[in-house]
Write a protein that binds this ligand. Structure first.
Ligand SMILES: Nc1ncnc2c1ncn2[C@@H]1O[C@H](COP(=O)(O)OP(=O)(O)OP(=O)(O)O)[C@@H](O)[C@H]1O
Ligand SMILES: [Mg+2]
Length: 627
């Protein structure tokens, strides 16, 4: 058992959790349990044994009452007891009955242990597979998915909905199967014992079942509502805690608390509405059942008095009757669990079915080391339908060139940059690198060839060393230090008591903006990709920090194709070519001098910045770097 589990554990670690997309709920479930069919077979056998033992336990009692205490003749299948060397006939029988009781219970217990152990294993591993499959899928969805979906709600599905499935599989599912088997077994035995009583019991059952089915729908709808509100609550919490700085800065704690108060109350109300519906099921079923049992008691008493039925048979029958109705009552209660599990599955499936993926062609090839010749051919792109952000953009960037992109805010500069690594795909036109459409490359290979330094470097929770190596995990410690030196980051890193092993908080908040940017640059140096995209890397920095970062950037840019997006025109005035973007089109292109001479948008923007520099510093010569 242990070895089997260990093996499964190793497999669970090694297997990529990819599976064919699930088209229906049942195929999703089948796909999930398929790898565990041997365990399921063991569970099934153990279940048969457990049910059999549970059916057998009332029989010793019957034997004691009818054959030991009473004077009924022994049934033919018990005649062998008379040959046992146990002394007095009646006590022999009692001993056999008593031992049988222990034996049945012991075997039942063993079967139940096996059942529980393997069921829990299946449940845990199915949950493990589900979590990994969803995370695997989510990590590969196009960024546009995240433009419209709240992370908090996704988190809620990965955690809560998966654990609902896990609980269902480990507790309810097995019980349902055992109950179903028990009902079948008991029915046959009851028919054998007394068919007209049995018909009584059976006649009530359809009403109970109808009632249960009728309610399942209502319970499911209510559960959907509860889960929606719960997910909303996680989303509010997640957003609130993530924006803790803004909340503090604007003193909006009360506002955020109110937001939580509202969704939290909604959750409570939805849960109570659901509970109201769920609570009806159990009492109604209990009342129906008690009518049936009362009738059997009343009629049984008269049959025993008339000598048609033995007391033992009535006892066994009553015990069976309660055994028969207990799973039916359970099933009624489990309707709730079934509804919850189905809701959870549907929510999981919704994520797994999402197909907003940047598709990789089946014959995509790894680009290897690119030179960095980038061409945009009539590229049109929109985030939302019918709202183009880029119109017919054509750009030509030669390998090794340093180009600048500028233009008013919201004109589409960052959008242009995000199309190169295929964060999004254009609606029309194409993007070529070294003459090949980027869609012909493997995504991973393409992205490996591109380095980024963005306006704000997001650091992951971990050490500075891990953060620098994030772009290329196999980088050696020496390479990391070398990169940090070239990024002007080595000195400040060494000032921390733990140096490169200093932990940076979530999103790197424990570092200053300039420090974070230099870590970002070191990260790009380590990645050593031929194409580099700099999207306002110094926008958030003061002059001093900017100088240090610019110096670091110069080290980074050498020998690469670099696209610098910036509002500070003096940082790109030495560029080989400058593109001016306005409202999603290339308004102008050329070198700094050509654009100044043309006297259009660029020269206007430049004069404007120049004048600002004069007003701020009193003299244009203080800040302006002459071309
Ligand atoms: N993820 C998104 N979903 C929908 N619309 C977006 C998204 N990102 C940007 N936009 C819109 O696309 C347009 C271009 O945005 P983009 O970020 O490319 O501008 P930008 O030129 O980089 O501006 P800035 O100089 O302020 O950084 C804007 O109108 C913006 O509102
Ligand atoms: Mg931008």
């Amino acid at each position: 058992m242990g070895a089997d589990l260990k093996e499964r554990y190793a497999q669970a670690l090694a297997d990529p959790p990819v599976a064919p997309p699930a088209t229906s709920l049942s195929s999703l479930v089948l796909g999930l349990v398929k790898p565990y069919w041997t365990w399921l077979a063991i569970i099934f056998l153990a279940m048969l044994a457990e049910t059999g033992m549970s059916l057998a336990t009332p029989w010793p009692l019957k034997v004691i009452i009818d054959n030991v205490i009473g004077n009924e003749p022994l049934p033919h299948w018990l005649l062998w007891v008379e040959d046992l060397p146990l002394g007095r006939h009646n006590m022999e029988l009692a001993a056999v009955a008593a031992s049988a009781m222990v034996l049945f219970n012991a075997l039942g217990g063993l079967a139940s242990y096996t059942n529980n152990y393997f069921t829990e294993s299946v449940a845990q591993y199915v949950a493990n597979d589900l979590r990994r499959r969803m995370y695997h899928h989510l990590l590969r969805l196009s960024l546009s998915y995240y433009d419209t979906h709240q992370v908090g709600k996704l988190l809620s599905t990965i955690t809560s909905d998966v654990s609902t499935i896990q609980d269902f599989a480990s507790e309810t599912l097995l019980n349902i199967l055992i109950d179903a088997l028990t009902i079948i077994g008991i029915l046959s035995l009851m028919f054998y014992l007394n068919w007209d009583f049995t018909l009584m019991a059976v006649s009530v059952s359809p009403f109970i079942l109808l009632f249960i089915i009728r309610f399942k729908k209502a319970v499911k709808a209510a559960t959907h509502e509860v889960r929606k509100d719960q997910a909303e609550m996680v989303a509010v919490l997640q957003q609130g805690l993530e924006s803790i700085r803004a909340i503090n800065a604007y003193g909006r704690q009360d506002l955020e608390e109110d937001r939580l108060k509202q969704v939290s109350l909604e959750t409570v109300e939805a849960a109570l509405r659901a509970r109201k519906i769920k609570s009806i099921v159990s009492p109604v079923v209990t009342i129906l059942v008690s009518f049936c049992t009362a009738f059997v008691l009343w009629r049984g008493a008269s049959l025993v008095l008339a000598g048609v039925m033995t007391i033992g048979a009535l006892t066994v029958f009553l015990s069976y009757l309660s055994k028969f109705f207990s799973p039916i009552k359970d099933l009624a209660k489990m309707t709730t669990n079934i509804a919850q599990a189905m809701v959870a599955l549907e929510r999981i499936q919704q994520i797994l079915e999402t197909d907003i993926i940047i598709h990789q062609k089946p014959n995509a090839r790894n680009p290897g080391k690119l030179k960095g010749n980038i061409v945009f051919e009539n590229v049109t792109f929109s985030y939302a339908d019918n709202l183009p952000v880029l119109h017919n953009i054509s750009l030509l960037i030669q390998a090794g060139q340093h180009v600048g992109i500028c233009g008013p805010t919201g004109s589409g500069k960052s959008t242009i940059a995000s199309l190169i690594p295929r964060f999004y795909d254009p609606d029309a036109g194409r993007i070529l690198i070294d003459g090949t459409d980027v869609r012909d490359f493997t995504l991973e290979g393409l992205r490996m060839q591109i380095g980024f330094v963005l306006q704000e470097t997001v650091l992951i929770y971990g050490s500075i060393q891990e953060n620098i190596a994030y772009g290329r995990p196999e980088a050696t410690a020496a390479e990391i230090i070398e990169a940090a030196k070239r990024a002007n980051a080595h000195d400040f890193i060494c000032r921390f008591p733990k140096g490169y092993h200093t932990l940076v908080g979530e999103r790197g908040m424990t570092l200053s903006g300039g420090e974070r940017q230099r870590i970002g640059i070191a990260r790009a140096i380590v990645r050593n990709s031929p194409i580099l995209i700099l999207d306002e890397p110094t926008a958030s920095l003061d002059t001093e920090a900017e100088r240090s970062v610019l110096e670091a950037l110069e080290n980074l840019m050498r020998g690469r194709t670099v696209i610098t997006i910036t509002h500070r025109l003096r940082t790109i005035c030495h560029a080989d070519k400058i593109f001016v973007i306005r409202e999603g089109v290339v308004a102008e292109e050329g070198t700094h001098e050509e654009l100044l001479q043309a006297g259009k948008l660029y020269s206007e923007l430049y004069q404007l910045q120049d004048r600002k520099a004069v007003t701020i510093n009193g003299s244009p010569h203080d800040t302006r770097v002459k071309p």
